[in-house]
Design a protein around this ligand. Structure first.
Ligand SMILES: *[C@@H]1O[C@H](CO)[C@@H](O)[C@H](O)[C@H]1NC(C)=O
Ligand SMILES: *[C@@H]1O[C@H](CO)[C@@H](O)[C@H](O)[C@H]1NC(C)=O
Ligand SMILES: *[C@@H]1O[C@H](CO)[C@@H](O)[C@H](O)[C@H]1NC(C)=O
Ligand SMILES: *[C@@H]1O[C@H](CO)[C@@H](O)[C@H](O)[C@H]1NC(C)=O
Ligand SMILES: *[C@@H]1O[C@H](CO)[C@@H](O)[C@H](O)[C@H]1NC(C)=O
Ligand SMILES: *[C@@H]1O[C@H](CO)[C@@H](O)[C@H](O)[C@H]1NC(C)=O
Ligand SMILES: *[C@@H]1O[C@H](CO)[C@@H](O)[C@H](O)[C@H]1NC(C)=O
Ligand SMILES: *[C@@H]1O[C@H](CO)[C@@H](O)[C@H](O)[C@H]1NC(C)=O
Ligand SMILES: *[C@@H]1O[C@H](CO)[C@@H](O)[C@H](O)[C@H]1NC(C)=O
Ligand SMILES: *[C@@H]1O[C@H](CO)[C@@H](O)[C@H](O)[C@H]1NC(C)=O
Ligand SMILES: *[C@@H]1O[C@H](CO)[C@@H](O)[C@H](O)[C@H]1NC(C)=O
Ligand SMILES: *[C@@H]1O[C@H](CO)[C@@H](O)[C@H](O)[C@H]1NC(C)=O
Length: 715
């Protein structure tokens, strides 16, 4: 207790002109008081700038100051649980003078990045007894200022200390990359990730939209042509008919638009990547003649149709994209370098002439004196490994701009021989080879300072930390990507911004901020008064369709099923019990007591349906999530017997158990088998959210009785 309160003081206190937050904020206090947001009634938008946008950022669909203000007011309402908060425009004659929080723009020219250049992402925050004023270099700058206000309110019991912050990011590109090519993720997941990233002031989400599993040189042509390879954009355009055969795991134009606008609303630019001429099996499966006979995952650039085909693909999708930069992949090509360089340059000029966008590639063939051609300096390079290039010596010293995606911060989902499964965030505190201190985006090499340009080098663009799905779709569920980055995003974002949070400061701050991050519920938390989240019983006779939640939380359900005389719900294969929760993330214990009398297909019976998973008998107890079946080996339910089925959502695996009158099974883990075409096989545990939308109903394939259901907040 004493420890806790001392530590609370430490958070409020500003040491050395900085406000603790993620990222930290340069701050000068004035006096010792703080402004309580409990008094905030109005958010005043300076009418002169209400429709202003930031044209200097990375997105072509920048929100206006008003748009950002609206999202901010929703976040503030959620965090302070205020019932009334008014958004007013100063041009409105009835607008109150001296509002509680004022959002405006200023033309200060000294918001500087690490290279000393002006940035539109800076802001000034003034806090006094009369209120809060955020003055941005642009609406985006104001937006980052609102993140500071929210964080301080969370950390300081609803108040923001009196004083002044003047803050701007060191690097213009700050974010993450997700391999959506080898594992599908739905739009909602990407949008929630944007909300998470934005809270820590990241601004870029790079989406790797096409890829294939490793094309083993031993494969026959037929094996290669059937290897898992995906292209995630779906269109009915005839020019690319047949390129994508998997509509249910793709983004339509409308969905991709929603992803881009939802993320832009929180200051995040979606940076799309379509990969070629390597990792391009999806294109070769469409047009096999374009593959190199020696490795079908690589395009044969000298085939006369290769570049025209890639131009057709880009011409089709460029109008979908709202970023100033697009990514053409160009990673790990092992055939002719002169073909490769010609491909990149031709695609880059095509993309610019079609769309005025610029092009980015993965660092692959750095310029060499022996080359007959080099990559144009208009193309920005995303460095990822020192065995591919030396970003400082090969690129920056030759005037190329380079983005830092060094594999220091690589993550490969679930298993890898080379990389960890969650972002090694401690290296953000120790990865500077000069002093074992704080890492920053200009530090490409965490081991050798000679490989790093000075902090103020203008050609160091920033940092993007990738997550790869080398083992494909069944290696993980959607939320695994979030859990891999849960600590990594806040830790790396502080340094991408150029701030100076120390290792010992990080976790206590994170623990307090994390439960309140607006715009997302990636952990599928469910609010509850106690450990018991939900309890349904059916032992009272009732004709009502309402099902009372006995936990005290009010999560009442509904049913279209009749009650039996013996106190259960009669499941006729069509009627259902509806639960208002959707999903519950780890940790949880879900218990369903039921008697199954009849099953139509023992390999395909769905007991429960949910937002993130379904509970099946296949015939063993199985969770289906993201299109993949995660099974147990032996756990089953005996027909005709009353059974309590328990699902434990633990911190690193989900387990199941059954109990019946006079006996119980052991707990058994759900698992997945990783591997590519039967090689490098590995068994791994898997963690899945509980399905909490309905029990039974159409498509369930069983009849019987449900006697009761419980949900607990621990495993
Ligand atoms: C912008 O600069 C002009 C001219 O220097 C000055 O008059 C004006 O007050 C400034 N506006 C803001 C919002 O700072
Ligand atoms: C937090 O703020 C509330 C209301 O603003 C106040 O009642 C409470 O005492 C404060 N708690 C602490 C620990 O300061
Ligand atoms: C804090 O005060 C110092 C000294 O006056 C000044 O140099 C610095 O710019 C101020 N910082 C902020 C964030 O206002
Ligand atoms: C690449 O395409 C050219 C032109 O069609 C063809 O002559 C050549 O054999 C192909 N190379 C490989 C390795 O597939
Ligand atoms: C093309 O892009 C450049 C760089 O983003 C920008 O400065 C220029 O205004 C754009 N031109 C047009 C016609 O949009
Ligand atoms: C390619 O770049 C290297 C290194 O800068 C240079 O030595 C060489 O002359 C360049 N080649 C051409 C064709 O420009
Ligand atoms: C680089 O971009 C500039 C400006 O858009 C253009 O004039 C030039 O031709 C481009 N260079 C190459 C090699 O693509
Ligand atoms: C890089 O650009 C600078 C400034 O334009 C120029 O002076 C220098 O010669 C260039 N260096 C190389 C290696 O191209
Ligand atoms: C990071 O470092 C802290 C402090 O040394 C340590 O407690 C923690 O276990 C480390 N975390 C990881 C993931 O290595
Ligand atoms: C349910 O409805 C039946 C028929 O209308 C009625 O006889 C019975 O009393 C009702 N039971 C309850 C618990 O309301
Ligand atoms: C999409 O459909 C395919 C074929 O029916 C199926 O195998 C896959 O699991 C589905 N994907 C999802 C995410 O449901
Ligand atoms: C399983 O049953 C459902 C509902 O009847 C059906 O839609 C689905 O196609 C079946 N799946 C398989 C693999 O048979």
């Amino acid at each position: 207790m004493i420890f806790r309160s001392l530590w609370f003081l430490a958070v409020v206190e500003q040491a050395g002109g900085r406000l603790l937050g993620i990222p930290t904020v340069p701050f000068n206090t004035s006096g010792s008081g703080s402004y309580s947001l409990s008094g905030v009634v109005n958010i005043l938008i300076d009418g002169k700038y209400a429709a202003a946008i930031d044209t200097r950022g990375q997105t072509l669909i920048p929100p206006t100051l008003s748009d950002f203000a609206k999202t901010f007011s929703e976040d503030l309402t959620a965090i302070t649980q205020k019932s009334e908060l008014f958004l007013v425009n100063s041009n409105d004659p009835s607008a109150p003078a001296g509002s509680s929080i004022t959002l405006t723009l200023g033309n200060a020219t000294d918001y500087l990045d690490a290279a000393g250049r002006e940035t539109s992402e800076g802001y000034t925050l003034d806090v006094s007894s009369s209120g809060i004023k955020i003055t941005g270099a642009s609406p985006l700058g104001v937006w980052w200022g609102t993140r500071t206000v929210l964080q301080q309110a969370i950390l300081n019991n609803g108040s923001v200390p009196y004083g002044t912050a003047k803050d701007s990011p060191g690097w213009a590109t700050r974010g993450m990359m997700l391999d959506v090519g080898r594992h599908y993720y739905p739009p909602d997941f990407l949008i929630e990730m944007c909300a998470y990233m934005s809270f820590f002031k990241q601004n870029t989400f790079h989406i790797h939209l096409s890829d294939n599993l490793w094309n083993n040189p031993r494969y026959s042509r037929q094996q290669s042509l059937s290897l898992y390879a995906r292209f995630r954009l779906w269109t009915d355009a005839t020019d690319v008919a047949g390129l994508n055969k998997y509509k249910n795991e793709s983004f339509t134009r409308e969905e991709f638009e929603t992803i881009q606008t939802s993320c832009a609303a929180r200051g995040i630019t979606i940076l799309p990547e379509i990969e070629a001429p390597g990792h391009a099996l999806t294109i070769v499966q469409w047009k096999p003649e374009l593959g190199l006979s020696t490795d079908l995952s690589l395009l044969n650039i000298s085939h006369p149709q290769t570049i025209p085909t890639m131009k057709t693909i880009w011409k089709t999708f460029l109008p979908w994209f709202h970023s100033k930069v697009v990514h053409i992949g160009a990673d790990e090509y092992t055939a002719s370098v002169s073909d490769y360089n010609r491909f990149v340059n031709e695609m880059a000029s095509f993309i610019t002439s079609e769309s005025n966008k610029s092009t980015r590639i993965w660092g692959t063939f750095p310029p060499k004196p022996s080359y007959t051609n080099n990559i144009s300096k208009n193309v920005t390079i995303q460095h990822w490994a020192f065995f591919e290039d030396n970003p400082y010596n090969d690129y920056i010293k030759n005037n190329y701009s380079v983005l830092n995606s060094d594999d220091t911060f690589y993550v490969v989902s679930k298993w890898s021989g080379s990389y960890p499964q969650s972002l090694p965030y401690n290296k953000t505190f120790t990865g500077n080879p000069a002093n074992n201190g704080l890492w920053y985006p200009h530090i490409f090499d965490a081991n050798n300072a000679e490989n790093n340009p000075p902090r103020n080098n203008p050609l160091a663009l920033g940092s993007i930390a990738p997550l790869w799905n080398d083992y494909g779709p069944n290696s993980s569920v959607y939320s695994d990507a979030y859990y891999s980055w849960k600590f990594g995003i806040p830790a790396i974002s502080d340094k991408q911004w150029g701030a100076d949070l120390g290792m010992n400061e990080f976790m206590p701050l994170f623990d307090r901020l994390h439960p309140k991050i607006p715009g997302q519920n990636l952990e599928r938390r469910v609010a509850t008064k106690g450990d018991l989240i939900l309890r349904y019983t059916f032992d009272q006779p009732s004709n009502s369709t309402a099902v009372k939640d006995l936990s005290g939380n009010g999560y009442d359900g509904k049913t279209t099923c009749a009650r039996t005389a013996s106190g259960s719900l009669f499941m006729d294969g069509k009627c259902a019990l509806f639960i208002p929760l959707g999903s519950k993330g780890k940790t949880y214990t879900m218990s369903l007591t039921l008697t199954i009398s009849n099953i139509s297909d023992p390999t395909n019976t769905t007991l429960m349906f949910g937002r993130d998973s379904n509970l099946l008998l296949t015939p063993t107890i199985t969770l289906l999530s993201g299109g993949n079946y995660f099974r147990t080996n032996q756990s089953k339910i005996t027909t005709g017997e009353k059974v309590q089925l328990l699902i434990y959502g633990g911190s690193d695996r989900t387990q199941v158990q059954t109990m019946w009158d006079g006996g119980q099974s052991g707990q058994e883990s759900l698992y997945t088998i990783l591997g590519i075409n039967g090689e490098s096989m590995r068994t791994a545990y898997i963690d899945i959210e509980a399905p909490l939308e309905r029990v039974g109903g159409l498509g369930s394939g069983w009849t019987g009785e449900v006697h009761g259901m419980d949900l607990l907040d621990h495993a």
